[in-house]
Design a protein around this ligand. Structure first.
Ligand code: HEC
Length: 158
C-alpha cells in the first residue's frame, strides 16, 4: 500500500503536460469569382443604340444599354415579328443606376436554336439562380423572344 501515493502521483500529477495550443492558421481567402468566359468580349462590343430607360427588368437599374454580337446587329436593329437571329447570336443588356453606376448585365445567347438566359453581376460573374423568370417573359416579346430597342412612339395622327 505504500506504493499507492507514488502510483497516484505518477498517474495524475506527473502525466505529460498537454501540448501547447497552436492557433489554427487563418483560412485562405475564398477564390475571387471568375467572370463568365465571354464577358470581356461582350463588354467591348459597341453599343447597339443610345441607353434607354429600363422598364423590362425592375430592380436591375434605371438605364439599359444593348450590346449585340456583330453577326446579329443588323437583325436586332430592325427587329420585326418574324425576325430570326442567327445561331450563336448574343444580345446583352447592361444596366446602370441613375448615377451611372454599373448594375447587372442580362445576356441571351442562341445555342442550338434556343436562347440561353444568364444574369451577371456588373463584373460579369454569373448570378446563380437568377435566370429562372427570363424565358417566361421573353416568350411574349416582339420577335425571336426579343423586344428590341424601344422606338420613339409615332406622333398621334390628327
Ligand atoms: C417581366 C418581363 C421580363 C423578364 C422577367 C425579363 N425580361 Fe428581359 N426584357 C424585357 C423587356 C420588356 C425588354 C425590353 C427592354 C425594356 O423595355 O426595358 C427586355 C430586354 C432584354 C434584353 C435585350 C434584348 C431584347 O429583348 O431586346 C435582354 C438581353 C434581356 N432582356 C435578357 C433578360 C434576362 C437574361 C432575363 C432574366 C435574368 C430577363 N431578360 C428577364 C422583359 C423581361
Amino acid at each position: 500500500m505504500r506504493f499507492l501515493p507514488l502510483c497516484l502521483t505518477l498517474a495524475l500529477g506527473c502525466s505529460a503536460p498537454p501540448p501547447p495550443l497552436v492557433p489554427a492558421p487563418p483560412a485562405p481567402p475564398p477564390p475571387a469569382p471568375v467572370p463568365w468566359s465571354r464577358f470581356a468580349e461582350i463588354a467591348a462590343w459597341p453599343a447597339a443604340a443610345e441607353p434607354f430607360a429600363n422598364f423590362g427588368h425592375p430592380d436591375a437599374g434605371d438605364q439599359a444599354q444593348a450590346r449585340v454580337s456583330p453577326d446579329a446587329r443588323a437583325a436586332y436593329a430592325e427587329l420585326v415579328r418574324d425576325s430570326v437571329l442567327p445561331e450563336g447570336s448574343i444580345v446583352a443588356l447592361f444596366h446602370s443606376d441613375r448615377t451611372g453606376k454599373a448594375g447587372p448585365v442580362y445576356v441571351m445567347e442562341k445555342q442550338g436554336g434556343t436562347w440561353a438566359y444568364r444574369a451577371l453581376t456588373a463584373q460579369g460573374v454569373i448570378l446563380e439562380g437568377a435566370a429562372g423568370r427570363c424565358e417566361g417573359c421573353h416568350q411574349g416579346a416582339v420577335g425571336d423572344a426579343l423586344f428590341g430597342i424601344p422606338r420613339p412612339r409615332e406622333a398621334p395622327r390628327p
